[in-house]
Design a protein around this ligand. Sequence first.
Ligand SMILES: Cc1cc2nc3c(=O)[nH]c(=O)nc-3n(C[C@H](O)[C@H](O)[C@H](O)COP(=O)(O)OP(=O)(O)OC[C@H]3O[C@@H](n4cnc5c(N)ncnc54)[C@H](O)[C@@H]3O)c2cc1C
Length: 354
Amino acid sequence: MPVNYSTIDTLIIGQGLAGSILAWQLMKSGQKTMVISDDAPPSASRVAAGLFNPVTGKRLVLQTHAETIIPAAKELYRELEAHFDQRFFHEKSMLRVIKDAKEHKSFEKRSKDPAYAQYLGEICDPPASLISSNEVFEQHSTGYLDTNRLLDCLRDYFIAQESYRSALCNYNDLTITDKTISWSGIKTQRIIFCEGFMGKNNPWFNWLPFQPAKGEILSLRTDHSLPDQIINGGKWLLPVHDGSYKTGATYDHDLSSITPSEAGKAELIDGMQKLFSSAIEFELLDHKAGVRPNTLDKQPFIGLHPRQPEIGIFNGFGSKGSMLIPYYSKAFAMHLIDGSPIPVEADICRIQHG
Ligand SMILES: Cc1cc2nc3c(=O)[nH]c(=O)nc-3n(C[C@H](O)[C@H](O)[C@H](O)COP(=O)(O)OP(=O)(O)OC[C@H]3O[C@@H](n4cnc5c(N)ncnc54)[C@H](O)[C@@H]3O)c2cc1C
């Protein structure tokens, strides 16, 4: 039953994965919440492959708080799946290619560490089609989120609750007093910005060290018989539930153009082909680009403005939104409701306000 929203608790700006899931957590707790989002591109969430991988990089680094972050994500996605009667999170193991002696050494070291036990499998023989004949190992607790399907369901849900407006929120249109914030006829106790990389231009939070990175990704179809696992060897190839594949991603701090490029496409095709022992014929279905909201210290930006606590930010999930947002959205929702602490590594208090 839609609520009368003449005065609401929280206005959320941005319906990417961050704003959508934070809104869901707040509404679940009975908070009157409204989401405003500019539907025009770019939204990183609409481009992302949604890969979910707790152990990343050449040095095989385990995600901080993986032991709580991973279960929190799986629990939330199952809850959303039950609510919408749809499948969003697809568990899929990953074949990680060991490219050189250094990576082999990292694997040896990590595989002796009990903290990694549930995430790393054994070194095994690669499938015949893989070029990386040397070595591969399996990674567990990996998979992908069907982000577009989830965002469509959540947007429809917000619309049904009369809690969504498709609009660009111009900062100059906000009227802020010490009691309320007004925007386009809506009065709210607080506003939380979930603007993705565009948060770097937000006048209340432009002192936070964002380090956005453009990324490109391809969707393709092939008749080759390939492993039904994510293959990760620098570039990665993800088998998607509809029979297509995604391959990605490029990584570039140059934002002079944020649209798909021929150079990006060539880099991705070359990287994908290098995963295999012979050339893969494929049909290109789609080519997209987006900008990741990365941060200098690779941790999220969560919290309320140091001088205007009615204004907050929930951002900075970099390349790991699908894994991190469920855990941090729950923590931030609790902070907004009862003052529970924000996890220190993500709290914007760690950065001095300029
Ligand atoms: C190529 C690529 C591949 C990626 N692959 C993965 C992956 O495999 N796994 C993974 O976990 N992550 C991946 N990511 C990262 C992931 O996309 C992000 O971590 C996550 O989606 C960020 O979500 P967000 O809601 O913070 O930002 P966004 O998705 O960018 O959402 C922000 C939204 O706010 C809206 N907005 C901004 N300002 C305003 C305003 N003033 N008024 C109204 N609306 C506004 C924007 O239009 C947008 O819709 C990838 C990103 C890219 C670009």
